[in-house]
Ligand binder design. Structure first.
Ligand SMILES: [Zn+2]
Length: 172
């Protein structure tokens, strides 16, 4: 059997230039800069990539989070693109990971959802409508669960509304 590299003997002598679209960056491997090579590797080895990420987080969660934040701040568009690509490649896995994360970080998940809803009321309503249309029974069940979990808050809002109404009617 021929060694797989033997097909590319001519390429060995060619100058190492990035063909990934970042000629200004240092060549790392296979015609790619470090960032492109890494993302290609991650895409080709999702299991090992997840394993490395888990290990990185386990070893030093604060530092790992800090690195992720820095990476995102440096190039949000690229990270979002990678997220979209991962989701497109395996939507079920991503949904499962999101569920697991929300389960493990309920307080932060609620806070993030609250911030997002406040910033995107129109899209939030649209998504709620779409979820309901796709699976009305499940959507109703979630609403019931949410009301159950937030009964105190709902009662508080009702009390506030009643008190406001009462105060308004008194003024007439
Ligand atoms: Zn590149």
């Amino acid at each position: 059997m021929r060694h797989p590299q033997s097909h590319h003997t001519t390429a060995v002598h060619m100058p190492k230039v990035n063909t990934c679209g970042h000629p200004e960056r240092k060549h790392v491997a296979k015609g790619m800069c470090c960032a492109c090579y890494k993302s290609t590797w991650y895409a080709a080895n999702p299991e090992r990539a997840r394993e490395q990420r888990r290990a990185r987080y386990a070893a030093n969660p604060e530092r790992a989070r800090e690195q992720d934040r820095a990476r995102y701040a440096a190039n949000p568009e690229r990270i979002n693109e990678q997220k979209r690509a991962r989701y497109a490649a395996n939507p079920e896995l991503k949904r499962e990971q999101d569920r697991a994360w929300r389960e493990a970080n309920r307080e932060r998940a609620r806070e993030q959802a609250r911030v997002w809803y406040a910033a995107n009321p129109e899209r939030a309503r649209e998504q709620a409508r779409a979820r309901y249309a796709a699976n009305p029974e499940h959507a109703r069940e979630q609403q019931r669960a949410w009301r159950e979990a937030n009964r105190e808050r709902i009662n508080e809002q009702k009390r506030a509304r009643r008190a406001k109404k009462k105060a308004e009617s008194k003024c007439k």
